[in-house]
Design a protein around this ligand. Structure first.
Ligand code: PEP
Ligand code: MG
Length: 555
């Protein structure tokens, strides 16, 4: 083996260490290239054949969802919903009406939607894998072939693949798949979400995997994104054992969030709907620190009416009955376009009309959403904290706070724009809390697209410039005695969470699977150590040095 490729790198998405021989179990379905022309008289029958195939595929996805739990069930259900997408189906049916056979129509409709999803970008672009998986399943069904899938190993192995369909990832058994490395995919792809639920260390967007032969032993480190090819056996065993001990410590942590010397820092969950909130209840999360309401409506062409919105919000409030829930008003635009709220045709959507700014160009949507939140609050007896995304000025915060207070709700704003971090103390004249969105704060501080893998080093939340703004925001909260949380991805990094606590951050909200890791790490250090680490990190000039300083102080 060429020494130059002995360590491969990718994007780490699920932490943990796994070691074993490489397997490549993907069963690829060749996409047909020859098609029939369907005569006029047989087109209705061909449409029926297409519909039957799609329904059969949907039925099997639903059955697998029912046999699964948590994120796997949700992802399988979402794939089933995508298979029933009316626009995709009618595009295929139109093709058949024009004489295409069912296979050609399936391929053409999928191609068209893949282009559309990629143009929208962000989360939607990552759904192209799901759509292509549906296409391959429908093609197999039309041909009477078995569904595509994985031929899975029966001894501990590391799975290498170009990409994984959600349905295939959901079927993985963590006893036999000890690591996943894919060439495609992103941190929010369905592969990553399910691998996280299954607890399988996972790296996506890995380069150079085709240089590793099947059967070669590799060590996958899902925290750093390293794949060590043919590692030293003793070193690998020690790394796996250390990882196992760490996982046991995390499993034993039951909350509530506090440092070893009892300084409370609430550890909360980020959710996107009632199902997510109920799933988060299985973790020690003390409440919801970020309910991303826009994610409930990504597939909607029109604005849901107040009563329907209230039903959806009430589900989340009820799941955390009597505990803290922070709801964020619609953050439409940029990487999360909503058809009924997104400003069309912007050359630079991340710097365009998104978040709170939508209220200026489409007045009414925010007020109706706040009415729905108030209605859900009345119904459930829960008083949610309500915050606005993308606040850049004090005037925006003041106007938002007034509208929230008028409905007897607790107002806050997100700190995602450097301007807001710099004026945090003045924002707190108007609102009761702040929540730092480090994903966007990093994007706007470093002028680097958060979705660009090429700029990942710049959007690293350990960038000292980003951390300096977080520290300044936390200090503003301390000065006036108001809570300042962090709800961006930074809060999911256990080491960084301790540094944030050292800044004076009062709550950390992260994806449910990260909750216990953050809480367990916080419980292992004192507040003084966190403060020392915070000071040391702020004195550095790059992310690697910042991490190294945190490790030096916190261990
Ligand atoms: C953030 O920007 O950090 C945040 C939490 O919001 P989102 O990731 O939904 O933009
Ligand atoms: Mg944001």
């Amino acid at each position: 083996m060429d020494k130059a490729v002995s360590v491969l790198r990718g994007t780490p998405v699920v932490p943990g260490v796994g070691c074993g021989p490489v397997v490549r179990p993907e069963v690829r379905v060749p996409v047909p290239t020859e098609f029939a022309t369907i005569p006029d008289t047989a087109r209705d029958a061909e449409i029926a054949r297409f519909v039957t195939a799609v329904d059969a595929v949907t039925g099997r996805l639903r059955a697998r969802a029912e046999a699964s739990t948590g994120a796997a069930a949700e992802v399988l259900n979402a794939t089933a919903v995508l298979a029933q997408d009316r626009a995709w189906r009618s595009t295929a049916e139109t093709q058949i009406r024009g004489g295409a056979d069912a296979a050609a129509a399936t391929i053409a409709a999928t191609d068209r939607f893949v282009v559309m999803f990629e143009k929208i970008g962000g989360l939607q672009a990552e759904r192209t894998t799901d759509l292509i998986d549906i296409r391959d399943r429908v093609l197999a069904e039309l041909d009477g072939r078995p569904e595509p899938g994985l031929a899975l190993p029966t001894s501990p192995s590391v799975l290498f693949a170009a990409d994984l369909a959600p349905a295939d990832t959901a079927a993985l058994d963590a006893r036999y798949i000890v690591g996943i490395v894919t060439v495609l995919g992103g941190p929010t792809s369905h592969t990553a979400i399910i691998a996280r639920q299954l607890g399988i260390p996972c790296i996506v967007a890995a380069a150079g995997t085709d240089t590793v032969a099947e059967g070669t032993v590799v060590l996958v480190d899902g925290a750093t994104g390293r794949v060590v090819v043919e590692p030293d056996r003793e070193v690998a065993e020690a790394e796996v054992a250390r990882d196992r001990a760490e996982r046991d410590r995390i499993a034993a942590w039951t909350g509530p969030g506090a440092t070893a010397d009892g300084h409370a820092v609430a550890v909360l969950a980020n959710v996107q709907d009632g199902a997510g909130a109920r799933a988060a209840r299985d973790t020690p999360a003390e409440g919801v620190g970020l309910f991303r309401t826009e994610l409930c409506f990504l597939d909607r062409a029109t604005e849901p009416v107040v009563a329907e919105q209230a039903d959806i919000y009430a589900e989340v409030f009820a799941a955390y009955d009597g505990r803290k829930v922070v709801l964020r008003t619609l953050d439409a635009g940029s990487d999360k376009p909503l058809r009924f709220a997104t400003h069309p045709d912007e050359p630079n959507p991340a710097l365009g009309v998104r978040g709170i700014r939508v209220d200026d160009v489409a007045p009414g949507i925010l007020d109706r959403q706040l009415d729905a939140v108030a209605e859900a609050a009345r119904r459930t007896g829960v008083t949610p904290w309500v915050m606005a995304p993308m606040i850049a000025t004090v005037a925006e915060a003041a106007a938002f706070a007034q509208r929230v207070r008028a409905r007897d709700l607790v107002p806050g704003v997100m700190i995602e724009v450097p301007a807001a971090a710099l004026l945090a103390e003045r924002l707190l004249d108007h609102v009761d809390f702040l929540s730092v969105g480090t994903n966007d704060l990093a994007q706007y501080t470093m002028a680097a697209d958060r979705m660009s893998p090429a700029l990942a080093a710049l959007t690293d939340p350990w960038q000292p410039a980003v951390l300096a703004l977080v520290a300044q925001t936390a200090a503003a909260g301390r000065a006036v005695g108001k809570p300042v949380g962090v709800c961006g991805e930074a809060a999911a990094d256990p080491l960084l969470a301790c540094v944030l606590a050292g800044f004076g951050i009062t709550s950390l909200s992260c994806a449910a699977p990260a909750v216990a890791g953050v809480g367990a790490r916080l419980a292992s250090v004192t507040l003084d150590a966190c403060r020392d680490a915070a000071a040391a990190v702020l004195a550095t000039t790059d992310p690697a040095a910042a991490r190294a300083e945190a490790v030096r102080v916190l261990g």
